[in-house]
Design a protein around this ligand. Structure first.
Ligand code: CDP
Ligand code: CDP
Length: 224
């Protein structure tokens, strides 16, 4: 019998998955696993080593000798690539634009899903990504599919860039988000798709707190 609570949060880019997942992990004192950060870390390493990201064999060879660790601290999540902190390096535009190409390869996905399942084995967890509810944790107790209009999602990323002091072009961001969502949705191997038993939440006009409350309400039905 499994007494754990597993919360799967999927959805397109910048729908608010990681922000909301982190807050839920805090509120419930459970582990947060950012599966996208793992694909980003591999992408960063591939770019640094001039590995052709269209070449599945080269990428799987690279991944097999790569250590990716996620650590939660009071200041947020730290991502380690081969024991080096790459938390901010994996958020660059170059990585964002390449990551969905790396993530389309079947062998890469199988290895990542394998690692992600091990991280979540027999613990209470909230995991966010694209295929959590459909592939990584198909038996998750709570499955959420977060959506928001592409205009709102581009605006959220734009505001984030501005607040970090980065230059940012709203229309370009929108085009990049559309392109990435399309790649993620159309790939053959575990594409971005809402699980049949997932609850869709449109966050376009909701605050972060409102989204968190809605999800916690779903969780409370499974957990007391
Ligand atoms: O936070 P953001 O929406 O920008 O993306 P992310 O969650 O960091 O994920 C980056 C990319 O990794 C996605 O666009 C997907 O191509 C890939 N990904 C995936 O294929 N499967 C997952 N479970 C998580 C991410
Ligand atoms: O992980 P994902 O790519 O889905 O989104 P994120 O990295 O959490 O980024 C979402 C951005 O939108 C963050 O800057 C949040 O502060 C903001 N936001 C949100 O997440 N949810 C809302 N309901 C409103 C704003």
């Amino acid at each position: 019998v499994n007494n754990n609570i597993r919360i799967a949060i999927d959805g397109p880019a910048a729908a608010g998955k990681s922000t909301v997942a982190r807050k839920i992990a805090e509120r419930l004192s459970i582990v947060y696993i950012d599966t996208g950060a793992m694909y980003r870390a591999l992408t960063l390493k591939a770019l640094q080593n001039n590995v052709n990201i269209e070449d599945e064999q080269s990428l799987i060879h690279l991944l097999k000798k790569t250590t990716i660790q996620l650590k939660q601290t009071d200041h947020g999540q730290i991502v380690y690539l081969d024991h080096k902190d790459v938390s901010s390096d994996i958020r660059t535009q170059a990585v964002s634009n390449a990551v969905s190409i790396v993530a389309k390869h079947r062998l890469i996905r199988e290895e990542m899903v394998d690692r992600q399942r091990k991280l979540a084995d027999n613990i209470n967890v909230v995991m966010d990504g694209r295929d959590v509810g459909t592939h990584i944790l198909p038996m998750a107790e709570v499955k959420i599919f977060l959506i928001a209009s592409v205009e709102e999602r581009a605006l959220r990323r734009h505001k984030e860039n501005i607040s970090k002091g980065f230059s940012s072009d709203l229309d370009q961001l929108k085009q990049e988000i559309i392109k990435r969502d399309e790649r993620d949705s159309k790939r053959a191997s575990s594409p971005l798709v809402q699980a049949d038993d997932a609850i869709a939440i449109d966050t376009t006009s909701l605050s972060i707190e409102e989204v968190v409350e809605k999800i916690l309400k779903e969780v409370s039905q499974f957990h007391q």
